[in-house]
Ligand binder design. Sequence first.
Ligand code: NIG
Ligand code: FE
Length: 422
Amino acid sequence: MSADKILIHFNQIFNPYDLGHPLSGSDMNDAQIIEDGYIAIKDGKILALGSGEPDDKLKDEHTEIIDYSGKIALPGFIDCHTHLIYGGSREHEFAQKLNGVSYLEILEQGGGILSTVRSTREADFDNLYNKSKRLLDYMVRYGVTTVEAKSGYGLDWETEKRQLEVCKKLNEDHTIDLVSTFMAAHAVPPEYKGKSGEFIDMIINDMLPKVKEENLAEFCDIFCEKNVFTAEESEKLLSAAKDLGFKLRIHADEIESIGGVDVAAKLKTTSAEHLMMITDEGIKKMAESQVIGDLLPATTFSLMQDTYAPARKMIEAGVPITLSTDCNPGSCPTINIQFVAQLGCYQMRLTPIEVFNAITINAAYAVDRADQIGNFDVEKQADITIMDCPNVDYSIYFFATNLVSDVYKNGQHVVVDGQIQA
Ligand code: NIG
Ligand code: FE
């Protein structure tokens, strides 16, 4: 069968192995690396992959051939944890942060997430849509082709619904595919101050069924943290969500370890996220249950902390790992997944192969899309990120610079020489 397009002469193609489950242990440090590689695309999907001159059978007079000598190709990056849709911004908290006021102290004073809740409640649909679209435009230029996006800056039905509807519309309109997560349990709103249990009951009884009915989210998430939601509350909410058919994720062990990982292991959530403070016992439980550990090193960086999640230890214990930005206006104002991958190596001592597996094939499992994306298996979507560098190691070594030159989404050339195509 002949291809619509063949991208040829890549210095390297990085192709993760899809073993039918997220990679863990030594498998995380293994990938197919093709020198002088080509990728053939047909109907937006991968048709063939190889080295040297593509077989004549792949070409006819309509096949477009594009030369990428000197560059590398990787599967489109998947940012599997973001709080993309929000009103306002929080640079006014930066001085407090510099003065050593902690994240939870700022939240206790009514700032932090609650400050963004106020701005998001005030923002209308168009404001939220345009703001998030702008972030997605940056993301695609940084090589991202799929994004998970959480609600959680409304904490009331009207605003949570608006966030989820913005997510749905962006998924329809934007090049990037979005995976929607309902996270009303992100903070206790002022109306429920001191009554977190009642707030959880309200989410279970009022909001969850409506989110399901209107098909506004695929996953449900909760911030299990000291002074936010307890492990018991997390288990109650996530169990109810599971019964309604939601897939599950949980913010656990981010600032203090209060039992979120036990809930993740018990309910077999798809992932547990952050894990900066995970214990050895917690690591063991995650390995046993094969819950994906989604790590967010740019959050540690942005919170100016020294304690990165123990990624090496987790991999050695057999926990499948992903990395993601956590893009949000407070604890991690960035969209730069390349910088996240670099922090994975520079601060967590992962290898380049481990970090790229983390943000491609494992992230595909973390958003439950591995049948369509995450590597270049034939018939998967032709989501391709092209970097202007000679090899995979260079793309980590030369840090904090956007090296992505071109992006293909479903076989369409959506970023050309750094520019988004209209
Ligand atoms: O993942 N931890 C909770 N939620 C976000 C931060 C949200 C915010 O500060 O606005 C996080 O770090
Ligand atoms: Fe988060």
